[in-house]
Design a binder for this molecule. Structure first.
Ligand code: PLP
Length: 451
């Protein structure tokens, strides 16, 4: 029979478990329990195959910034698909959607960042970055400057290159990562790891680990440092205010390229076009994806500063993806940026949505399970603890309590994610007060039920 939304849920789940390998999921779990089947979505709500309306507190995977169901986006895709569904940008060809999107992104980016290399995802863009920074130094006559420093618990993608940049040990344990030449220093997670230090002291201490690693490897061996302005998939780790200025000083002093991975933080999530603006970072390269198209089409890329672009441009950069600058994805991303500007979405985040989310989530700070409410713009997490006052952790490393809370939230028709013992929210940027209230209420209910 033809598979459709009208099939009974159990049948869809059985077919799914039989044929579909999911990311970050065991097929055994799928066979035992069955995945929730999402059939449609509108605004900040998903609908499942049993007709439940689920508040999407994660904007898909931190990406559906303008919310679901925008017909303008479908129209933009259809128009472009009829006119030019595909052409590449290899070998001296180009097309209007790629030109227009590159120009628009350059306009939004810092003044000295005017070149964009397109990919279809954040993972591909970060793979591009590994090659960009190494090629830059090779072109400058310093091929030995090839090592890249990243952070533990960072997430930069799932391909072998980007997964190696990432600092998730449970990913490294499978399939031969990290590749050589990539090193990880500690993350600035004061609540979990700050010990007796003040957040300010801890921020400087974490940043100084970068300096120590550069000195250990040798200044002439280090190409770049990569980091998310605010670590997202690692659990929304907001660094102390002292952290980024010290990182910036170290990168400047030792001539290390700074890559800001803006895949989550970019395009409004922190209340500005880029998280780097908010955190006071001056990057050489920014990784983008997700909010660039609000997830309506797969597209990502690297925004490259003029100096690096000029050096790379002196040679043929032997790198590219069949779908680099894909015309339909580019047209859809362009429409997304138009909508964001027309609706003043960044202003909405800054003046309404982010303050409301903060106020709402902070009402959960007194809950006996909540140790810390960590929030920056429209990304937040609740650190769960068995003893509030001592910043103690639950015994299990990968967060049984987190799984329970996530499942309770889902049962209450709220999508929250858990990262270890942190419960994460990152809703569509269009969210209004009423839905923020519902989000907080359902999250509180999930905590109560898990307690
Ligand atoms: N970089 C960051 C900061 C991310 O959060 C992600 C995905 O969550 C990626 C890169 C990888 O992007 P993608 O899943 O599009 O490959």
């Amino acid at each position: 029979s033809v598979i459709s939304n009208h099939m009974p849920t159990a049948e869809l789940q059985a077919l799914d478990a039989a044929h579909h390998m999911h990311p970050f999921t065991s097929n055994e779990a799928l066979a035992n329990k069955g995945a929730r089947v999402i059939t449609r979505a509108d605004g900040v709500y998903l609908t499942d195959s049993d007709g439940n309306r689920i508040l999407d507190g994660m904007a898909g995977l931190w990406c559906v910034n303008i919310g679901y169901g925008r017909t303008e986006m479908a129209d933009a895709a259809a128009r472009q698909m009829k006119e030019l569904p595909y052409y590449n940008t290899f070998f001296m060809t180009t097309h209007v959607p790629a030109i227009a999107l590159a120009q628009e992104v350059a306009k939004l980016a810092p003044a000295d960042m005017n070149q964009i290399f397109f990919a279809s995802s954040g993972s591909e863009a970060n793979d591009t970055n590994i090659r960009l920074v190494r090629t830059y130094w090779a072109q400058k006559g310093k091929p030995g400057k090839s090592h890249i420093i990243s952070r533990k618990n960072a997430y930069h993608g799932s391909s072998v290159g980007s997964g190696s940049l990432g600092g998730m040990t449970y990913m490294h344990e499978q399939g031969g990562m990290p590749i050589p030449g990539i090193h990880h220093i500690n993350q600035p997670d004061w609540w979990s790891e700050g010990g007796d230090m003040t957040p300010e002291e801890f921020g400087v201490a974490c940043a100084k680990e970068l300096e120590a690693k550069i000195l250990e490897l040798g200044e002439d061996k280090v190409a770049a440092f990569i980091a998310e302005p605010v670590q997202g998939a690692g659990g929304v780790i907001v660094p102390p205010e002292t952290y980024w200025p010290e990182i910036q000083r170290i990168c400047d002093e030792y001539e290390i390229l700074l890559i800001a991975d803006e895949v989550i933080c970019g395009f409004g999530r922190l209340g500005a076009w880029f998280g780097s603006e908010v955190m006071g970072i001056k990057p050489h390269i920014m990784t983008i994806a997700k909010g660039l198209s609000s997830g309506y089409q797969p597209i990502g890329g690297s925004i490259v500063c003029d100096e690096v672009a000029e050096v790379i441009g002196q040679t043929e950069f032997n790198h590219g993806y069949t779908y680099s600058g894909h015309p339909v994805a580019a047209a859809v991303a362009l429409e997304n940026l138009r909508i964001m500007q027309e609706e003043n979405l960044i202003e909405h985040v800054r003046t309404a949505a982010a303050p409301a989310l903060k106020a709402g989530l902070e009402t959960l700070a007194d809950h006996p399970l909540v140790g810390e409410v960590s929030i920056k713009g429209m990304m937040a997490s609740l650190a769960l603890t068995p003893h509030k006052d001592s910043r103690a952790k639950f015994a299990s490393e990968r967060g049984t309590i987190g799984t329970i809370c996530r499942d309770r939230a889902f049962a209450n028709n709220l999508v929250m994610r858990h990262v270890g013992d942190r419960m994460v929210v990152s809703p569509p940027l269009i969210i209004q007060q009423e839905d923020i209230d519902a989000l907080v209420e359902r999250a509180g209910k999930a905590l109560d039920e898990a307690y």
